[in-house]
Write a protein that binds this ligand. Structure first.
Ligand code: IDP
Length: 140
């Protein structure tokens, strides 16, 4: 199968607890490679733009506030079936429903502060990667 790329965010609850390396260990154990990575503090505009698809949802304002509450680590992950594989490694949105051994089951704090974001489809992945990275910043 061809290599695929997905977009990941290690969220502020994880940077606050200094467990970005722990999150990364799940990613690498799943056979995904980090081919681009940077730490940044999202602006309100960036966070609102990134989550624009959720702007009518009741949790939108809280989600944006949470995402700008501390630094994040944005990443491009590469591997076979990377989009679906990362969703599997992340686990369900609500850590209470996440499967054993997933990032969210083991590390997340709540349905909002759930430690990681991962693209939900290859098309979304391409858009999300382009939102944060230039082509030359991705080294496969
Ligand atoms: P996903 O991150 O598992 O793809 P989405 O439904 O796309 O889940 O939601 C985006 C993010 O919004 C979640 O990761 C979580 O941080 C937050 N979120 C989703 N549902 C709720 C909720 O019911 N209350 C608070 N925050 C939520």
């Amino acid at each position: 199968m061809a290599l695929e790329r997905t977009f990941s965010i290690i969220k502020p609850d994880a940077t606050r607890r200094n467990i970005t390396g722990k999150v990364l260990s799940y990613i690498e154990a799943a056979g995904l490679r980090v081919v681009a990575q940077k730490r940044l503090h999202l602006t309100k505009d960036q966070a609102e733009g990134f989550y624009a698809v959720h702007k009518e949802r009741p949790f939108f304002n809280d989600l944006v506030s949470f995402m700008i509450s501390g630094p994040v680590v944005v990443q491009v992950l590469e591997g076979e079936n990377a989009v679906a594989k990362y969703r599997e490694v992340m686990g369900a949105t609500n850590p209470a429903n996440a499967a054993e051994g997933t990032i969210r089951k083991d590390l997340a704090e709540s349905i909002e502060a759930n430690s990681v974001h991962g693209s939900d489809a290859p098309e979304t992945a391409a858009e999300e990667i382009a939102y944060f990275f230039k082509d030359e910043e991705i080294v496969g």
